[in-house]
Design a protein around this ligand. Structure first.
Ligand code: BV8
Length: 258
């Protein structure tokens, strides 16, 4: 009998727990996209953004005060995403979901769309999508609520603007201080309450209410695993730890039965 090293032991236990469960919840953060080459949310900002903290750019106030700065931060992140692919971790989750319909609920804090591009379905995207835009304000000239702005003029480096009322387009993400999409959050809370196993992957656990879902799962009796090469603020609710990279560990946990 070969003795497993602690990591192999933990991986075997996590794989066993996942394959024995009929209701699995997975909560991911920026770390699941790290091996696709997408800087994590709190990686030291580089280049133009070195002097800004993401939390100070990802707010409505920041956008209203410096629309170009915030718009261009998103433009740079969007252009980077044109050149990256989902990694083996994204694919392992998508393949498991396809092999076992209805067994795995994927909840993500990420806005990069890589889970969806890997083939995951019904992804609960708590913080929206960086690929989409929406109007900053209701149309100032609308006679009816459904009359949204339609005419946009786009100056390079500026957010597109309604030529008639001056409204700005903004990224369709959830900024700090903004409510999360109610339906996605409700479904995520439901999954956290009902799951038998929750895997928390690649998140520092600093942002709420998303991080609170791990507490909800733990309190509801689920077995909680944290997959993160580094300590996180959610270690306190974990039963087990997988101290490695998501792109390597997720295929080992969710891969085909031997
Ligand atoms: C809300 C979209 C109700 C934008 C994001 C004052 C007023 C209002 C609210 C608050 C307040 N004070 C606090 C709050 C709550 C606030 C909050 O939590 N603040 C924190 C900073 C304390 N939350 C909110 O504001 C939320 N809304 O509460 O509404 C409300 C409303 C009004 C008034 C009162 C209450 C909205 C939060 C959503 C913010 N938007 N993103 C954008 O992306 O531009 S959050 C942002 O952080 C990203 O979505 C990101 O996913 C998320 C969490 O970060 P992580 O994913 O964990 O990424 P991070 O870099 O931190 O960590 C990466 C991890 O990966 C690390 O642990 C690393 O070790 C690991 N890793 C690295 N490599 C790998 C790896 N893991 C595995 N494999 C690897 N290879």
């Amino acid at each position: 009998m070969t003795t497993l090293n602690p990591d192999e032991e933990a991986l075997a236990q996590a794989r066993q727990a996942v394959h024995a469960a009929s209701r699995i919840a997975v909560l991911t953060g920026a770390g699941v996209s790290a091996e696709s080459g997408v800087p994590t949310f709190r990686d030291a900002q580089s280049g133009l953004w070195a002097s800004f903290k993401p939390e100070d750019l990802a707010t409505e106030d920041a956008f209203r005060s410096h629309p170009e700065r915030v718009w261009n931060w998103y433009a740079e992140r969007r252009s980077r995403l044109q050149h990256v692919q989902p990694n083996a971790g994204h694919v392992a989750l998508a393949d498991f979901q396809q092999r076992h319909p209805g067994r795995l609920t994927l909840i993500t804090q990420n806005v990069d769309g890589l889970h969806q591009r890997a083939g995951s379905t019904d992804v609960l995207a708590l913080h929206g999508s960086i690929a989409d835009d929406r109007w900053l304000d209701p149309c100032a000239l609308a006679r009816r609520p459904q009359d949204a702005c339609s005419v946009t003029v786009a100056q390079p480096g500026q957010p597109p603007q309604c030529a008639e009322c001056g409204n700005l387009l903004r990224p369709d993400v959830v900024w700090f201080g903004e409510m999360l999409p109610a339906e996605a959050l409700r479904a995520a809370e439901y999954a956290a309450l009902r799951c038998q196993v929750m895997l928390v992957v690649g998140t520092s656990g600093a942002v709420y209410p998303a991080a609170g879902l791990a507490h909800t799962a733990r309190q509801a009796g689920a077995q909680v695993w944290v997959l993160n090469p580094h300590p996180s603020e959610l270690d306190e609710v974990a039963h087990g730890f997988l101290r490695g990279p998501a792109a390597e560990y997720l295929p080992l946990i969710f891969g085909e039965d031997d």
